[in-house]
Ligand binder design. Structure first.
Ligand code: SF4
Ligand code: SF4
Length: 182
């Protein structure tokens, strides 16, 4: 039987009714994760994206979740308070059927890391800059089974393998390793 352990689960509660589409959260997220930090602020690199349609008064902040190599079959529509949304609007996945949550140059998947940093931040940067209070940081304890953490590196490599194939990746790594030795 798998061991149980108590884990702090970090979450961000989103009140879409309060979001005004200012996109400050996108800019700060992109800047905070830039290399070096704050050297650029390209919203396409943000791990939160605001789905918005001002004419329909639709603003939905969505956090980048897991990478998935397969396109899903979800094409449902949702009507909430008279506004129509597509299933994709709420989806957090970096998936093959759209450009959302992909690093624009490499195509590698982006995923929200809750602004992991050393020393830790009091609250994630997007929550800090949201003056409309649409984002609220919350922590809760949850009993979970021991899990093997899949880190960003593994996710990135998996995406590269899916895009270029294992042979091509191994060939490139071998070539790079050889050129480092020269
Ligand atoms: S900073 Fe807040 S109000 Fe502005 S777009 Fe992001 S979630 Fe919406
Ligand atoms: S919590 Fe941090 S990493 Fe996640 S979307 Fe907000 S700013 Fe970006």
């Amino acid at each position: 039987m798998a061991e149980k352990k108590v884990k702090i689960v970090k979450t961000i509660k989103i009140d879409a009714d309060k979001c005004n589409g200012c996109r400050a959260c996108e800019l700060i997220c992109a800047a905070f994760h830039a290399e070096p930090k704050y050297s650029s602020a390209n919203p396409a690199r943000s791990r939160i994206q605001v789905i918005f349609d001002p004419l329909k008064d639709i603003y939905i902040p969505v956090y980048a979740g897991e990478y998935t190599p397969a396109e899903c079959a979800g094409r449902n529509k949702y009507v909430i308070d008279g506004k129509e949304y597509s299933e994709c609007d709420f989806c957090r996945a970096s998936c093959p059927s759209r450009d959302r949550f992909k690093e624009p140059d490499s195509g590698l998947p982006l995923r929200c890391d809750m602004c992991e940093s050393d020393p830790p931040l009091e609250e994630p940067k997007c929550v800090e800059v949201c003056l409309a209070d649409a984002l609220t940081y919350e922590e809760r304890e949850e009993e979970v089974e021991e899990e093997v953490e899949v880190d960003e590196l593994e996710i990135g490599i998996e995406a590269l393998v899916n895009k270029f194939g294992m042979d091509k990746i191994m060939e490139t790594i071998a070539r790079m390793a050889a050129s480092k030795k020269e």
